[in-house]
Design a protein around this ligand. Structure first.
Ligand code: PMP
Length: 414
């Protein structure tokens, strides 16, 4: 029916917020959380979160399988974490220097993380990966950093996936290799011609829109050996996987210890914090590099981190998430088979990815996610998802019910 001039269009709260945002925020929202990058029907704005449930501003409740893209590891609004944060907030947060909780947390991280002799704290994963690169260069006096093609390490010019506003000079000393491909690393080492400061590697291969790949233990060991031979730093970017796969560092699962690690996301169950942990030989360089930020000594996230790490250890968070992730994976396989829809699941069960066979344009993945969302579960079609410790068997089963609707929608597309 043609709209008459008097037609009143009723926008829902999410649409109204998006409309207002478009006028004052470039693109409506910066970065990866922009709902324009998500399948149809996905909300942009949220009203509330609890455990593994999210409520959007339109009042819809979903079982959350993204966990805020990683930070939520115990569940949204975890009581022990929020109580620790509130207690510290009552005392002080952003002061002229840190609170005692800084030392307690640094001791905790150094005790917990297998390779760590010291640690620095920051805010974002990008702060941590950037500091690792800078410390490795300061320690070795060399410039080249080997980075896997397609790996994400942050949102500043040296590593941003967008080249807008980035100069060739920003990346002049990066040399590419392919994840899990030792020959490509050897070629990159040769290209670096004795000027190699570090090899940077993610905990596993989690490039967007590709099947996830765990590190081959022989590849991990080869990186360790090459760094030892070359006097370079092995840097594991554990920002995404840290504290989900293993409490002492993700590469404990392959028996390889890095010289430096970058942490963030899950470290404080949603409170803003990042960390760099390092081996003894890099301590002096870490002292010399000027690394700081106005909010980097904030005490509240540190108190939240102590509570988060304590709870994760108490309940064996990685094993808890692995068990629920496996239940999800098995259930999805069974549903896909029942609907006659071939899928490919990959990654560790705590951080799963579901891709549809022959789905180059993500038409099937998007249809699956939109229908599952309407039926009550928030999945992602292209990016690895994140289990958290609040997922119970009942929540997984609720998610599978929604997935059933998703597979039915895909089967209808044929
Ligand atoms: N490294 C990895 C592996 C990441 O997944 C991310 C964030 N997705 C970062 C670094 C950057 O972290 P942040 O967004 O907190 O700066």
């Amino acid at each position: 029916m043609p709209e008459s001039p008097n037609t009143v269009i009723h926008l829902d709260p999410d649409a109204m917020l998006r409309g207002r945002a478009r006028r004052v925020i470039p693109g409506g929202l910066w970065g990866h959380l922009n709902a324009a990058r998500l399948p149809e029907g996905y909300p942009q704005y949220y009203a509330r979160a609890e455990g593994c449930r999210l409520w959007d501003v339109n009042g819809r409740e979903v079982v959350d399988f993204m966990s805020s893209w990683g930070p939520i590891v115990l569940g949204h609004h975890h009581p022990a974490v929020e109580q620790a944060a509130r207690r510290q907030a009552d005392l002080g947060d952003c002061m002229n220097g840190p609170a005692p909780v800084l030392v307690e947390l640094a001791e905790r991280l150094v005790g917990l993380i297998a390779h760590a002799d010291w640690c620095l704290l920051a805010k974002n994963g990008t702060d941590a990966t950037t500091a690792c690169v800078t410390i490795a260069r300061a320690a070795t006096g060399r410039r080249k950093v080997l980075v896997a093609r397609g790996s994400y390490h942050g949102a500043v010019p040296w590593c941003s996936p967008s080249l807008a506003g980035v100069t060739a000079e920003d990346r002049a000393h990066l040399v590419s290799y392919d994840y899990n491909d030792i020959a490509s690393v050897e070629a990159a080492v040769a290209e670096a011609k004795g000027d190699m400061a570090a090899i940077l590697v993610t905990a596993f291969r989690h490039d967007m829109a590709l099947p996830l790949e765990l590190p081959d233990p022989a590849f991990a060991q080869a990186l360790r050996t090459i760094c030892d031979q070359q006097g370079a730093a092995l840097v594991v970017d554990d920002v995404r996987a840290g504290f989900r796969l293993h409490m002492a560092g993700s590469w404990e699962t392959v028996g390889v210890r890095p010289d430096l690690s970058a942490w963030s996301k899950a470290i404080a169950n949603g409170h803003p914090l990042a960390a760099v942990t390092g081996a003894e030989w890099l301590r002096q360089a870490a002292t010399q590099v000027f690394t700081t930020g106005s909010f980097w000594c904030g005490a509240v996230p540190m108190a939240a981190a102590l509570a988060t790490l304590g709870e994760l250890e108490r309940i064996d968070g990685p094993a808890t998430m692995a068990a629920m992730g496996q239940r999800l994976r098995d259930g999805l396989d069974a549903l896909a088979a029942r609907h006659g829809v071939p899928i490919r699941q990959s990654g560790p069960p705590q951080m799963p990815l579901v891709l549809f066979e022959g789905d180059a344009g993500f038409r099937l993945g998007d249809a699956f996610c939109s229908a599952a969302l309407a039926a009550g579960a928030y999945f992602h079609p292209r990016h690895n998802m994140f289990l958290n410790c609040a997922h119970t068997e009942a929540d997984i089963d609720r998610g599978l019910q929604a997935a059933d609707a998703g597979f039915a929608a895909v089967a209808r597309l044929g």
